[in-house]
Ligand binder design. Structure first.
Ligand SMILES: *Cc1c(COP(=O)(O)O)cnc(C)c1O
Length: 649
């Protein structure tokens, strides 16, 4: 792990540019976030109004004044709308400039964020572009049927399907929706044809092709021969023959592929377009009346701002992505002399990632060298203890002699000897505590002295890591940043204010679950992923709020109930130019209360309260508790049952 040079520059002044170079807000912010002159994070929620800026600290203050407890999710509905517009406009403009003859019919994949408010906003913002929905399961289809009421947009159905799923799809067709049933598995086709004939509906069929090209990134196994979904070329030809025999050739309207999410490398997209346009062209020439090609999802988010092929980044932007698709299809279709198909894409991550963030407060610090213990020399102390004490004295001269490495080697060895001596019963507890205290003190001094050095020996690089603090933040990784835990996804984490002030220490984050996995130790580093992040010193009197950003895709809805913390309080922010602060809180959605989460786990809170009340009554009747005190205790238990699951300030 490379040493973060940041702490070396203690004596230099600090500017907003330095903060930007540390946290890369503009680089991952995609135009929606920056650092203001006051050192607070700004949100610029509308792409078409770059001067409309919302100060995130003011949002937090307003939430506090309304009594909304943290941690909380903040949703910016304008960002959702902006992303829907940008995607659709980019496709439309590129299609026009390229003289492409098909149109764009995008769909939002519901699985990426199923929250009703999110779906409503997306459908509303997309209605002028005939932007539709994609469902991948029966419950998602049931939601899509009720929410995608625009008859000119598409509803694309993916995922494995049982008969009920197919019946629901046919119900949609009966009420004039453009529902395209994508066949993921050959056997679905037989089920569908039987059912459609029975119900006398003409289905609109899509065929998902198992692509040879491999996606790049975490989800590269979504494509290739061993992919879970899709039909091989042989199966596609069989399907075409089967449908022809049933007189249903004209139902085959769409060719679908999806080579994985978060495609980090644009080359994978170029190759997929090449492959898919050929399959489309050849099938068209065989007489399959395909009208649409659906390029699936995969449009990536640059979470770490590095514009690279890192797993949490990508080496292209929206314009390049769209251009490669439109021009790729145009060129190949022209070469094959077939019509340009309508283009469908299923971008989910790219639509929703930016629109929400989690705000939490740091409630404490865990520091390995934080404890003070008297190290005064006692008579007859063990030689190991004396040796370490001498090292501390030598350290004052080390600045001149430049023998930090030697002292470091010695202190590490002495500490390990001390442990062994303790195990053998030679060192007592008091001596061990002294060794520990002096050990950390020495490391601290070495690290301070090294800050003035240009060259730092390899091994000493690790010291700042060893000395870094853990900031304890009021949230659960399992609820709010599931992918950070599950797949090492890097999410941008930044203090909400004080960015005009130089951060004082390197930290990693731990959450409040009783789980040692409940931590975040992957952060945006200088040119690589870092194990810790610079943070400010905690002040006794001020809350220290940090934001976990880009949580709107997947993270928002994948959280689990680990430690029964449950869902977060949520506010929906809408920008409003005429307001002095440029925003208002449109809606507050209360997070889980303790009785909510207990009920989900089959407890009955009312009975639980009765159990406690009975026991308190017993203590009252025995005279061990005063009646008034007893009543207060019962009230307190019930208040906690009704209260928020996270820590109170
Ligand atoms: C998950 C999924 C998507 C969404 O992918 P993103 O990378 O989030 O855009 C689209 N299509 C299908 C079939 C999916 O399974």
């Amino acid at each position: 792990m490379s040493r973060e040079p940041l702490l070396k520059t203690v004596l230099t002044p600090w500017s907003i540019d330095d903060a930007e170079n540390t946290y890369h807000v503009k680089r991952w912010g995609n135009g929606y976030f920056d650092i203001g002159e006051t050192g607070d994070i700004n949100v610029i929620p509308r792409y078409d109004q770059p001067n409309l800026k919302i100060n995130l600290k003011e949002v937090i203050e307003e939430m506090q004044s309304e009594g909304i407890q943290f941690p909380a999710v903040i949703r910016f509905h304008d960002i959702l709308r902006s992303q829907v517009e940008l995607l659709n406009k980019t496709f439309r403009n590129t299609i026009e400039e390229a003289n492409y003859e098909g149109q764009y019919f995008g769909v939002f994949p519901v699985k990426v964020n199923q929250m009703r408010e999110v779906i409503e906003e997306i459908v509303d913002a997309g209605s002028r572009y005939n932007y539709g929905l994609e469902a991948g399961s029966k419950p998602e289809l049931i939601a899509a049927l009720a929410y995608n009421t625009n008859k000119n947009s598409l509803t694309i159905l993916n995922g494995y399907k049982d008969e009920e799923y197919l019946r629901l799809a046919l119900l949609g067709l009966k009420i004039d929706r453009n529902i395209i049933i994508v066949i993921e598995k050959y056997s679905e086709l037989l089920k569908l044809v039987t059912l459609a004939q029975k119900l006398d509906v003409k289905p609109i069929i899509g065929l998902r092709v198992k692509m040879m090209v491999k996606g790049r990134g975490k989800w590269e196994h979504s494509s290739g021969e061993r992919a879970k979904f899709g039909l091989s070329i042989a199966e596609i030809l069989n399907a075409v023959a089967y449908l022809e025999a049933e007189g249903l050739t004209d139902c085959i309207k769409l060719l679908h592929f999806h080579i994985g999410s978060q495609l980090t490398d644009i080359r994978a997209i170029k190759e997929a377009v090449q492959e898919a346009s050929l399959v489309y062209s050849k099938l068209f020439k065989l007489g399959v009346p395909l009208e649409y090609v659906d390029v699936g999802g995969g449009l990536a988010i640059d979470y770490d701002g590095s514009q690279s092929t890192n797993d949490s980044s990508c080496n292209y932007n929206l314009a390049e992505y769209v251009s490669d698709i439109v021009h790729g299809f145009k060129q190949n279709c022209d070469l094959e002399s077939v019509p340009h198909p309508h283009l469908v894409s299923e971008s989910g991550r790219a639509i929703t990632a930016h629109h929400s963030c989690v705000i939490t407060n740091v409630i404490g610090e865990i520091h390995p060298s934080g404890t003070q213990y008297s190290t005064r020399k006692s008579t007859g102390e063990h030689i190991i203890v004396s040796n370490i004490r001498e090292l501390e004295v030598d350290l004052t001269a080390a600045e001149k002699k430049d023998n930090h490495q030697e002292i470091y080697n010695d202190v590490v060895q002495l500490k390990s000897q001390a442990m062994q001596a303790f195990k053998l019963g030679i060192l007592n507890l008091d001596e061990l505590a002294k060794v520990e205290t002096m050990y950390w003190r020495i490391l601290n001094v070495i690290e301070q002295q090294m800050q003035n050095h240009d060259f730092i020996p390899e091994e000493l690089n690790d010291i700042s890591e060893m000395l870094s603090s853990q900031y304890l933040a009021n949230f659960s990784v399992f609820q709010s940043a599931a992918d950070s835990w599950a797949i090492d996804q890097v999410l941008p984490i930044v203090p909400i204010s004080r960015l005009n002030e130089k951060p004082a220490k390197l930290c990693s984050l731990v959450d409040i679950t009783c789980d040692s996995d409940g931590k975040i130790d992957k952060f945006i580093g200088h040119d690589t992923v870092a194990n810790n992040i610079p943070m400010h010193k905690l002040n006794q009197d001020d809350d220290y709020y940090i934001g976990i950003f880009l949580t709107g895709a997947y993270q928002d809805v994948m959280g689990d109930m680990h430690n029964l913390f449950g869902r977060l309080n949520e506010v929906h922010i809408v920008s409003y130019d005429d307001d002095p602060k440029d925003f208002y809180i449109e809606e507050v959605v209360k997070g889980s209360s303790v009785d909510n989460v207990l009920s989900t786990m089959q407890y009955t809170p009312a009975i639980m309260a009765q159990v406690i009340k009975k026991e308190i009554d017993v203590q009252i009747s025995r005279g061990k508790l005063k009646p008034r005190e007893g009543v207060n205790l019962i009230d307190f238990y019930e208040d906690c049952l009704n209260g928020y699951t996270y820590l109170k300030q």
